[in-house]
Design a protein around this ligand. Structure first.
Ligand SMILES: *Cc1c(COP(=O)(O)O)cnc(C)c1O
Length: 644
């Protein structure tokens, strides 16, 4: 045996910079999160107060002391405010710099996060910018009517509309809201004209144009000739003619387009602005009194921090996005000699993604090589077992590759021997134990090699553990399951310690799809994430980040887990910890989720009570125990749906 290359225990020295390389917090967090010197994850919720830092571990400790169970949503209201301010300020700054003559009047699309507290915070933060709301359905319109109280901000109405929807919109106009009804389908226009005459109001009308340019990414079918929404150029001309004929020609105020969400490539935006600006200038020249262009949503979030055209990323910044819109319209309008329109945008994802995260505990580990067996030499053992033992003792960094091939072959031979009945169960158990132990040994010393043969790279995947986390993918990270969205996952603590386990995450639903196996990787998406070894009697918290857009509100009731407990964090400089918990919202109780499926919990408790009473009469259960059992059932009905 070559002593020079004998195997030493690898050093565990670790820095937070090394953790940053793995979890890329600075790359995806937009500056709102960072790894702190103490190895805990910190939030920096105000873009204009970089010194104000909140230790997430302190939030979790405070929640625990209040008896709030996990998983839970942590919502940073300051991040929401920061994003709304940054968007509006960037537009204002760029407009000034470009000497653009129109204004920016953005709206927040309610569908991206309909939570009342989110809407209230956005409306409040946007008040000084006259930032409004966008609704895409009747219930969203009803919410927007009640909450968008700023008389100077817009309420943009998209989505398919029936008569009731249109009547609600006209009601909004009567209470002086700046409502714009965007026509998605020609027949909506016919109905609108009829109702406007009946109610004697002058509607403000937007026309959604079906764009030729394709968005890039998952939502590219939102545009193009086969798009579900919007009017073709022919229909737009017909719409203008119809409105002129009915005496509503001065109602056409806005031109709308939306080529898809999460636009990964800035070129799609440039092309869309170009196409829309031509339609705009031509309509103006025909005498249509347009005042606004609405560029829709699509401003992307760099979930994986790669700044690329990956589906979960984007190759541009907010500044670039805004510049391309402002300068794009300015150039086309100046060339055509028409006035610059006011600009509306409907960014939802970019406004809300960063402000909320899901925090949960890892509650167990499922290992591929979980079982250990005594591998000591036994008299008369099979030669395959002896050979395996020899390979184990002769392992050095010089023969990793060779040993890797040899043990794979031995394992196969052992299986064949077992099937032929010439190998005992004990011998097979020894082979398995030694096989996994050798793989582990190779894996932990791989970095000692100058060159890692490609085959050996498979070892880390073979050895990866599944960490069982107390949450439901279908409730909290539905896009991870549905569309392979990558969401950043980061341990909350121990970031100054080397994460020695390669893991994928499984949730507590009894669905084999209930797992996360797509993580931020070096170049492409990784199947595993390095996490820390679990320590007995010590909680290991992980966070799922960027869940504030869509994920927060799209979750479903798979396995009846329901909504999570939730805390709302507000930063507060005078507090020693820089924050306080403004509000606690209880997640779904078992009772609640059962009621949504037509159960009546009170009757269910009675049914159980009857059964228990029967057993008491038969003497099988003592009366005192019976009372405890009924109480226990009722407590569980009242309790949280997730694991305790
Ligand atoms: C969904 C949607 C939006 C929001 O898009 P984001 O990509 O989240 O910004 C905006 N406008 C319309 C019409 C939409 O359908």
């Amino acid at each position: 045996m070559n002593k020079a290359n004998s195997l030493k225990t690898p050093s565990n020295a670790w820095s937070i910079e090394q953790s940053e390389q793995i979890y890329r917090v600075n790359r995806w967090s937009n500056g709102y999160f960072e790894i702190g010197e103490n190895g805990n994850l910190h939030a920096i919720p105000r873009y204009d107060q970089p010194k104000l830092k909140i230790d997430l571990r302190e939030i979790i400790d405070e929640m625990s002391s209040m008896g709030i169970q996990f998983p839970a949503v942590i919502r940073f209201h300051d991040i929401l405010r920061s994003q709304v301010e940054l968007l509006n300020k960037t537009f204002r700054h760029t407009i000034e710099e470009a000497q653009y003559e129109g204004k920016y009047l953005g709206v927040f699309p309610v569908k991206v996060n309909q939570m009342r507290e989110v809407i209230e915070e956005i409306v409040s933060a946007g008040a000084r910018f006259d930032y409004g709301l966008e609704a895409g359905s009747k219930p969203e319109l009803i919410a927007a009517l009640a909450y968008n109280t700023n008389k100077n901000s817009l309420t943009i109405l998209n989505g398919y509309k029936d008569e009731e929807y249109l009547r609600l919109a006209l009601l909004g106009l009567k209470i002086n809201r700046k409502i714009v009804i965007v026509i998605e389908k020609f027949t909506e226009l016919v109905k609108l004209v009829e109702l406007a005459k009946e109610l004697n109001v002058k509607p403000v009308i937007g026309l959604r144009v079906k764009m030729m340019v394709k968005g890039r990414g998952k939502w590219e079918s939102s545009s193009g000739e086969r798009a579900k929404f919007g009017l073709s150029i022919a229909e737009i001309i017909n719409a203008v003619t119809l409105l002129e004929k009915e005496g509503f020609e001065d109602s056409i105020k806005l031109l709308h387009f939306h080529i898809g969400s999460q636009l990964t490539d800035i070129r799609a935006i440039k092309e869309a602005v170009q196409e829309a600006s031509i339609v705009y200038t031509q309509l103006i020249k025909q005498g249509v009194p347009l005042q606004y262009v609405d560029v829709g949503g699509g401003l992307a979030v760099d979930y994986d921090g790669s700044q690329s055209t990956n589906d979960s990323s984007c190759n541009y910044s907010l500044e670039e996005y805004v510049s391309d819109i402002v300068y794009g319209f300015k150039q086309s309008c100046d060339l055509a000699g028409v006035p610059h329109p006011n600009i509306v945008s409907e960014s939802g994802r970019a406004m809300t993604a960063h402000h909320s995260c899901v925090v949960t505990k890892v509650i167990g580990e499922i290992q591929p090589n979980g079982k250990k067996f005594n591998t000591n030499k036994a008299t008369g053992e099979h030669i395959i077992v002896s050979n395996m033992r020899e390979l184990e003792s002769d392992l050095t960094t010089d023969n990793f590759h060779e040993t890797y091939n040899d043990i794979a072959q031995l394992k196969e031979q052992a299986l064949s021997a077992f099937k032929l009945g010439i190998f005992t169960l004990e011998e097979l158990a020894k082979i398995e134990t030694m096989y996994w132990r050798i793989l582990n040994n190779i894996q932990s010393h791989l970095h000692d090699l100058d060159f890692i043969p490609e085959e050996l790279n498979d070892i880390s995947e073979m050895l990866s553990s599944q960490y069982l986390a107390n949450f439901s993918v279908f409730q909290s990270a539905v896009d991870s399951w549905a569309i392979d969205q990558v969401l950043p996952i980061v341990p909350i603590s121990r970031l100054n310690e080397k994460p020695t386990k390669q893991c994928s995450l499984v949730d507590i639903t009894c669905d084999s799809d209930g797992k996360i196996d797509k993580f931020i990787g070096d170049e492409t998406v990784a199947k595993n994430i390095p996490l820390h070894k679990l320590i007995d009697n010590e909680d290991y918290f992980i966070g799922l980040f960027l869940t504030g857009a869509y994920q927060d509100v799209m979750g479903d009731m798979h396995n009846l887990f329901g909504r999570l407990n939730e805390v709302h964090i507000v930063s507060y400089d005078d507090d020693p910890k820089d924050f306080y918990i403004e509000e606690v919202i209880k997640g779904s109780s078992v009772e609640h989720v059962l009621s949504t499926m037509q159960y009546t919990p009170a009757i269910m408790a009675q049914m159980i009570k009857k059964e228990i009473d029967k057993q008491i009469q038969r003497g099988k259960i003592k009366p005192r125990e019976g009372v405890h059992l009924i109480d226990f059932y009722e407590d569980c009905l009242n309790g949280y749906t997730y694991l305790k």
